[in-house]
Design a protein around this ligand. Sequence first.
Ligand SMILES: [Zn+2]
Length: 226
Amino acid sequence: MKIIDNKGAPPELIRVAVHEAEVCNTVNTIIFDAFIKDLNGDKGAFAPETGTLIIDMGACILDTAWMKRGFMVIANAWFNLLMTVYHEMAHAAQLDEEPELMSLDVLPEHYEEEATRTAGLAVLNWADEHETVPTLNELGWVGDQLKILLNKLYTEMPEVVDEELDLEGTNMVAYAQEGAESSREYNSAEEIAVLLKQIDDGVIGKKVGEKRYLTAYEAIGIQLNP
Ligand SMILES: [Zn+2]
């Protein structure tokens, strides 16, 4: 297994990628880089002909997909990175199981959906096994970029940045209200009210001041549940 780390990837991300690649015969090189021209903004890719899995950490920072699900800035970047590793690994596994897929330029949609589903469950499992998301200082190059981003953001939204830094290293990673509103599990104001009450009662999540948060495991879980 060859690791090419051109920027300084988060150690935990490298650990996960190497661990996943060890059970997959089709991956022999993993490249961590950022803003790779050939990827055209995609967060990752797997090149079966060379067995190379590529993670674009720059694209992972810029994608706000998890923020739209209530996740905070650091958690958004982290789960984009993790999701991308698991998603591309899922493609590598698909090609390992069905080598005839290698002749296709683009995988059929079914394989995309399967990779995303597999990655979602893997990310949920990671969140179950890890109490907290890596801190800025544990995120290598990504952490450095996020510090620059948060510094810029501070002039416009100091309270958002303060909140982000206050909760850094804790298990509170997502805004409960926004997370529930964007989820498939909570479909009405009444249902969301039940969730918020559970947080107030200390059953799940956590209330800090007047704000209610979910852990990564809870916030990812409500996105995956049908
Ligand atoms: Zn894909």
